[in-house]
Design a protein around this ligand. Sequence first.
Ligand code: ADP
Ligand code: IOM
Length: 342
Amino acid sequence: MEYPSFTQKHKSLMRKYLTNDIFKKLKTKITKNGFTIEQAINSGVKNPDSNIGIYAGDKESYKIFSIVFDKVIEEYHDFDKDRKHLSNLNSEDLNTPYLEELDNYIVSTRIRVGRNFDNMPLGPAISKEQRDEIQSIVSNTLSSFEGSLKGKYFSLEGMKEEDRLSLIDDHFLFKAGDSYLEEAGLNRDWPSGRGIFHNNEKTFLVWVNEEDHLRIISMQKGGNIKEVFQRLIVAIQNLEEKIEFSYDEHLGYITSCPTNLGTAMRASVHIKLPKLSLNMKLLEEIANKHYLQIRGINGEHSNSENGIFDISNKRRLGVTEVQCVQDMYDGVIELIKCEKDL
Ligand code: ADP
Ligand code: IOM
């Protein structure tokens, strides 16, 4: 196995920290699920524009390949490896007052967490049978949900193409053929074992077997962030009563991409900032100050359209769930103030 031939275009954190010397130390190591450094970095090698470029095949990957993972994690989350991860799911600790004016700017709010079964490899190393088993356990568990969380599971296999495309267009479902996931081994056996659960209002959704075994999502129109958070927390607690998820004292919830470790939470708004969109330097300055990430409105690696951006918390590890949402809210308030002043 040779050191990858990186080019000037390779800009990921993996590329930054995977020196030839480190690669030599890691290239003969293998986890119990048969996952290697070559598989871990394949996405970042084949997709030079990857931001991170490295995935874990299992919890053990974070230990065996720690010389590179620790550096990526430290830089992305601003998290030093001797700190312990902390959790706070109490919505009363949020300071995110809902102001009607927010709805003039915020089109929709979405908060999601990733979760992975404790007793299974992560997506990049999972087998078809294991993936199918997860789908079956999750869809059965969700079928017992009542009240406002009651809904239906739709497997991707057998879903009408027009229904699939309309769920994607409306921002409810993941896309097919993502090249970053493809090269990470996450699209194997597609579409088998994948699907989506949602309630009638499509305010509570669960993705099954995309980048993580589960993505638990709460979303709605407008900017009532606390309401979205509260719904999500109830859903997480209901699921955690039935399924044991992979967790580590230091790394928090274990996820396939190191950006999602910790809370595995991304709290985002789709927000109209037409004036700021003409001054990206200022937009980025405010985003950096509040630890925010700017995405386009069709998911990761997409572009903004008509001055609408996806703004979300960047740090997820070493900060609590409440802090993730607070980062996003505080930054959004400053962005709106700036938009108004322009
Ligand atoms: P993830 O949040 O799981 O990392 P993506 O960035 O790929 O994934 O986004 C997944 C989908 O969620 C996309 O269709 C995206 O447009 C949608 N989305 C993200 N944030 C919001 C939001 N605040 N409102 C509506 N849709 C959103
Ligand atoms: N989460 C993952 N899809 N992403 C960070 C990939 C990348 O840009 O390396």
